[in-house]
Design a protein around this ligand. Structure first.
Ligand SMILES: Nc1ncnc2c1ncn2[C@@H]1O[C@H](COP(=O)(O)OP(=O)(O)OP(=O)(O)O)[C@@H](O)[C@H]1O
Ligand SMILES: [Mg+2]
Length: 259
């Protein structure tokens, strides 16, 4: 990883962390992501919104190396090209992500699930070190008392937090969260919101794809809007709520709540 737990000192100086240029991904004739350009600065908390099928998850798959973009696309992380690198290599360069659908190892318990991201770094160290790191991950998401529960019996809200803790465990410079609030109660959403705010205060740069706009619009500094693969607007939540193209494509009457 680019940072170890003890020396984690992310940049929060507003320099460009990630730069996306002319980014495209086609599935046969479908332009899932179509010539998208944006930058995210270090320390920013950015929301990515848009209708179903707009290309949000595909964008995360491109940023994290799970999909390869079309020729001519550029993704620079701290000025370095990451296109063509494996998801594992990209994670080690500083980008971690969660998935729209939670993906625990069902038959491992919460602690073992939390150990997984630490394994590459601690293969050569004592098992107790690995366990301590994983326990710490669980404490940060309030799951320590359930460490011995197998994942398949944990409720959805706990699995979402476990998933986030696993992505955060590698101390990424950029954390990509795909619908972290989906299917959660108010109370569970609040816990995740708190977790995101805490990480942000520590200086982590975070991009969140989300349909629950009530939470998202009050949480983020800036919003990027996709529609049919194209970037149709970006700005503060307030600017986005007043953007005619975004209102027409996605927000509709809901826009007034955020304007
Ligand atoms: N592996 C794939 N093969 C073919 N088409 C795909 C693939 N992945 C995504 N698509 C298509 O690309 C488009 C964008 O999908 P994507 O999952 O990125 O949308 P999204 O914005 O995340 O939507 P949602 O809000 O519903 O999660 C959709 O039309 C989808 O059907
Ligand atoms: Mg999606």
């Amino acid at each position: 990883m680019s940072n170890t737990e003890d020396t984690f000192s992310p940049k929060i100086d507003g320099t460009v962390l990630i730069e996306v240029k002319n980014l495209s991904k086609h599935f046969k004739g479908l332009k899932a992501v179509d010539k998208v350009n944006f930058t995210i600065k270090a320390g920013e908390l950015v929301g990515i919104i848009g209708p179903n099928g707009a290309g949000k998850t595909t964008l995360f798959n491109l940023l994290s190396g799970f999909l390869k973009p079309e020729k001519g696309s550029k993704i620079l992380l701290n000025g370095k090209n990451i296109i063509g690198k494996s998801p594992y290599r990209i994670a080690s360069m500083g980008i971690a992500r969660t998935f729209q659908l939670v993906r625990p190892f069902k038959f491992l318990n919460a602690l073992e699930n939390a150990m997984v991201p630490h394994v590459p770094n601690y293969l050569t160290s004592r098992p107790s070190t690995l366990k301590n790191r994983a326990t710490w991950s669980l404490i940060t998401v309030d799951l320590a008392e359930k460490k011995n529960y197998p994942a398949f019996i944990l409720p959805h809200g706990d699995l979402k937090r476990l998933d986030i803790s696993r992505a955060m465990a590698v101390q990424p410079e950029l954390l990509l969260l795909d619908e972290p609030f989906a299917g959660l109660s108010h109370e569970e959403s609040f816990r995740i919101e708190h977790l995101i705010k805490e990480s942000r205060e520590k200086g982590m740069t975070i991009a969140i794809v989300e349909h629950k706009l009530g939470i998202l619009m009050r949480l983020v500094d800036r919003v990027i809007v996709l529609d049919q693969g194209r970037l149709i607007g970006q700005g503060t939540p307030k600017e986005i709520a007043n953007n005619e193209d975004v209102i027409a494509a996605y927000l509709g009457k809901e826009a007034v709540q955020y304007a």
